[in-house]
Design a protein around this ligand. Structure first.
Ligand code: SP5
Ligand code: ZN
Length: 363
């Protein structure tokens, strides 16, 4: 036997994720299979369990409404609950308007179709029994199982945070699905509903300042918005240049934090096609900023969509790159909650997570 792990990393996983499985997403007129699919996290769990690197636990605690409300507006949380529960009825209602009732089923997902912009005066339609629209894109549909899945995903992050705060472990892995970093105080989108990393970071504030390292391919616009004016939280992100990639409106280098928190947002956008050398150079800059901030705890928004064969990313990282990133983060010697975000090359995800956590655990 080789590489026996004396202390496997505690991981938190809920099978509830499978209750959320939208069939499709809409890309320029074409319906394609929804990239953020259940097999993603199942592949990671099965592979990591077989290596002995992690010890998987059900979320030991459910995140409470009060703790969700430290991160998200009450109106948005209520929307997620009611629209999840009422998704089929809402779709049936809309279909009726198109004489499409015959197509409605109880398993339908409600896809937002109106995206109010800042320039639109803030007036919100009373359509849908007065419910507001919260989605900034069409990639966060709601179905009947969505609320339970997203609540359990946030509870995985919450449980990992509590395990660290209770002294049960120094670090933990929240195997979140759905992901969260595109979800803001009052918006959802990009496969994200509740911001798991932000919910964890808020809890870590009891220890002191907190740094969030976001290494998903896409900018974490939701996390940035949540902590925009919070001087106790450093949000540091490496991602594809929003001038050329999703989410387009945020993630530019000039965004450095609100008036009360100047310098606590760090965006390091990289050109599409960036390979390991360019990525690691940016990561050095990010690490220096994290160290200068002297956080008491760290949250890592961990995306594997920077992988060279990812179907929606263009970066060129490989297994060795993830091992290096894991080592570098671990060398900060801080309590760390690793929170799963994106990564869509489903068959490679287990292997990539193994490489990353072998770097973290130095084995
Ligand atoms: C959590 C997360 O990773 N969410 C990503 C949501 C991305 N949705 C928009 C994707 C735009 C894809 N552009 C495709 C380019 C093909 N190379
Ligand atoms: Zn992503």
């Amino acid at each position: 036997m080789e590489n026996l792990i004396a202390h496997p990393l505690p991981a938190f996983f809920s099978s509830d994720h499978a209750l959320h499985a939208p069939p499709v997403e809409f890309i320029h007129g074409k319906l394609v299979p929804y990239h953020e699919m259940p097999q993603r996290i199942e592949n990671i769990r099965q592979h990591l369990e077989s290596t002995g690197l992690i010890q998987v636990n059900q979320p030991s605690q459910k995140v409470t409404e009060a703790d969700l409300l430290r991160t998200h507006d009450a109106s948005m949380v209520a929307y997620l609950q009611t629209m999840s529960q009422g998704a089929a009825a809402a779709v049936r209602h809309d279909y009726a308007g198109y004489n499409m009732e015959a197509f409605a089923t109880d398993d339908d997902y409600f896809y937002a179709s109106v995206f109010p912009l800042a320039s639109m005066s803030g007036v919100v339609s009373q359509h849908m029994q007065g419910r507001k629209y919260f989605a900034f894109d069409g990639a966060a549909p709601l179905g009947k199982g969505t609320w339970q899945a997203v609540h359990s995903s946030a509870s995985a992050a919450w449980s990992g945070t509590q395990a660290i705060l209770n002294g049960q472990t120094r670090s933990a892995y929240a195997m979140c699905r759905p992901p969260g970093h595109h979800a803001g105080p009052n918006f959802i989108g990009g496969y994200c509903y509740l911001n798991n990393a932000a919910i964890a970071a808020k809890a870590f504030l009891s220890l002191g300042n907190v740094a969030i390292i976001d290494i998903d391919y896409h900018h974490g616009n939701g996390t940035q918005a949540i902590f925009w004016d919070e001087p106790r939280v450093l949000f540091a992100s490496i991602h594809a240049d929003p001038a050329q990639e999703y989410p387009a409106y945020a993630g530019y280098a000039g965004e450095t934090g609100g008036p009360g928190a100047q310098g606590t947002t760090l965006n390091l956008p990289l050109p599409p096609g960036t390979a390991e050398a360019g990525y690691l150079a940016a990561f050095d800059v990010l690490l220096a900023r994290v160290q200068a901030f002297s956080p008491a705890a760290l949250v890592v928004s961990l995306g594997f969509d920077t992988y060279k064969d990812d179907p929606i990313g263009t970066f060129k990282l490989d297994d060795g790159s993830y091992h290096k990133l894991g080592s570098l983060i671990s060398a900060l010697n801080l309590p760390v909650l690793y929170v799963q975000e994106g990564g869509y090359c489903v068959d490679a995800l287990g292997r990539l997570a193994e490489a990353f956590f072998r770097g973290v655990l130095d084995c």
